[in-house]
Design a protein around this ligand. Structure first.
Ligand SMILES: Nc1ncnc2c1ncn2[C@@H]1O[C@H](COP(=O)(O)OP(=O)(O)OP(=O)(O)O)[C@@H](O)[C@H]1O
Ligand SMILES: [Mg+2]
Length: 235
């Protein structure tokens, strides 16, 4: 199964070095990513989603360098951004159709997939109601559903479960675990129980570099050697 290899990725915003040489592998399964506010998690996620161009470094998908030509990566990508939502006047069905078209998926295949996806996030009963009338947790679940359109081999999730109640959180965890049997999943979250329930391995970003999980806070030193993912035992 394909792996995303991230090599020495660097992103700078003016004087801020948001990513200072990130190296990691995303194989099949769930990779959990934690780190303090401002550590660079969303910057990393946006770069992997090919929305942010890296200043340096490489992205390799399935053995192919996609840094400059992101097409093959975009075709296999599902993405939940930290911010943003569906257009309020659209129903979830219409929004998923719209996203399917944006992803250039086959319209019939999308229509066939939508009911199962909405059921998977427990919105089957709200398929034809404008998203603008949804609660915060319901709107978040629409975004989770759109990320799964086309059965993506690479799923990157930036704090996807914020605002989900206990029952919906459990459903989300099950959905992610199920999907991760056939996809590389990167899950950014501050929610420990989501990591415990889903993550096969855990990474921590600190000051724009990957550090060991569980390490006490250290001032980010420019010469710190970035570490590649540590495996954590699954219960
Ligand atoms: N578009 C931008 N322009 C300027 N600076 C930015 C931009 N995006 C991020 N940064 C800076 O890059 C650093 C990393 O931000 P990022 O959003 O990646 O953090 P994060 O780990 O996702 O934090 P959080 O847990 O709060 O979501 C921060 O110092 C932030 O201020
Ligand atoms: Mg963020």
């Amino acid at each position: 199964m394909p792996t995303l290899e991230v090599r020495d990725l660097r992103v700078r915003f003016g004087r801020t070095e948001a990513l200072r040489g990130v190296t990691l592998d995303l194989p099949t399964g769930v990779t959990g990513l934690t780190g303090a506010n401002g550590a660079g998690k969303s910057t990393l996620i946006r770069t992997l989603a090919t929305l942010q161009r890296p200043g340096a470094g490489r992205l390799i998908w399935d053995g192919q360098d996609v840094t400059r030509r992101p097409g093959p990566l975009r075709r296999v990508l599902g993405y939940v951004p930290q911010e943003g939502g569906a257009y309020p006047h659209l129903t979830p069905t219409e929004f998923l159709q719209y996203m399917g078209a944006a992803k250039r998926l086959n319209a019939r295949a999308v229509d066939a997939q939508i009911p199962a996806l909405l059921d998977a996030v427990n919105l089957g009963g709200h398929a034809h109601r404008p998203v603008g009338t949804f609660s915060g947790g319901m709107a978040r679940r629409v975004l989770i559903a759109q990320a799964l359109l086309g059965d993506p081999r690479l799923l990157i999730l930036d704090e996807p479960s914020v605002g989900l109640d206990a029952g919906e959180r459990l459903r989300f965890q099950t959905l992610i675990r199920e999907h991760a049997r056939r996809a590389a999943v990167l899950l950014v979250t501050h929610i420990r129980e989501d990591l415990d329930a889903t993550a096969d391995r855990l990474l921590t970003l600190e000051g724009g570099v990957i550090v060991r999980p569980g390490q006490p806070h250290l001032a980010a030193a420019p010469d710190r050697t970035p570490l590649v993912g540590l495996e954590i035992a699954r219960a």
